[in-house]
Design a protein. Structure first.
Length: 254
């Protein structure tokens, strides 16, 4: 749809998720005539190959102790209650309810492309969204990059242990893939944290984004890619090595 706001022509849509999310995901473009890319909108990750699926099956979760704590849970991971925990005991499930803040995909400019901003105030430490796409092994991901180099830009390695899985959000994704990377640690307002709930396989955690500070309504949401992820992206697509965030403190990838 098209409307004019204060003399500015705006293309917009009410819900990019088309009802998949409980909270509608708006989109707008006041820059040019581009439309959001055609995607299969997902609310949760889907498994793209049998190897990744087999890894998950071998690591079932355990019931919590009644206080939100889980005996024998892996170290270095955020552990949430799972289907084995009774509702009264389920203290920690924020990442399992989908997006709970109003978000908007917007056209930044012709060079950067699309970005993501919040339409609601977000408090520091609050869960914002999960990086959602197709879960695949590193071998499968590397094959996809060979077939289509654009895959690397939307590829995220989600575990921090050997043989960790990846998420490919090129064609199947949620709104998180529209969030741009930022170049300096002082600029991003989100950080990625590995989270386990329905299984305890450290190679296939959920990639949850949390606010690193209070975020005002209307502010763009950005995060900093891990050093390893940036090196892999730059090696596969050298042209992506230059940051185009537009921030006055930007010094490129550091």
């Amino acid at each position: 749809r098209i409307r004019h706001v204060n003399g500015v022509r705006e293309m917009y849509g009410a819900d990019l998720s088309e009802g998949v999310e409980a909270m509608p995901v708006a989109w707008s473009n006041t820059v040019d005539a581009a439309l959001p890319p055609p995607i299969l909108y997902l609310r949760c990750p889907v498994t793209a190959d049998a190897r990744a699926a087999a890894d998950i099956i071998r690591k079932p979760p355990k019931r919590c102790k009644g206080d939100g704590l889980h005996m024998g849970a892996p170290d270095g991971m955020r552990i949430e209650c799972n289907h084995l925990c009774e509702p009264p005991q389920s203290f920690r499930r924020p990442t399992q309810s989908g997006i709970s803040v109003r978000l908007e995909v917007f056209r930044v400019n012709a060079s950067v492309g699309w970005g993501l901003r919040t339409l609601s105030r977000i408090q520091k430490g609050m869960f914002v969204m999960e990086y959602v796409g197709e879960v695949c092994s590193r071998e499968e991901a590397e094959g996809r990059v060979v077939d289509d180099p654009a895959t690397e830009v939307y590829l995220m390695e989600i575990g921090k242990v050997p043989n960790s899985a990846c998420i490919d959000a090129l064609y199947a994704r949620n709104v998180s893939a529209f969030a741009n990377f930022s170049c300096k640690r002082s600029i991003p307002n989100m950080e990625k944290r590995p989270c386990l709930s329905s299984h305890w396989d450290c190679r296939v955690p959920h990639a949850a984004f949390f606010a690193t500070r209070d975020v005002a309504a209307g502010e763009e949401l950005t995060y900093r890619r891990d050093d390893k992820e940036r090196r892999q992206m730059d090696a596969a697509t050298p042209s992506s090595g230059s940051c185009r965030c537009g921030h006055p403190q930007c010094h490129g990838w550091d």
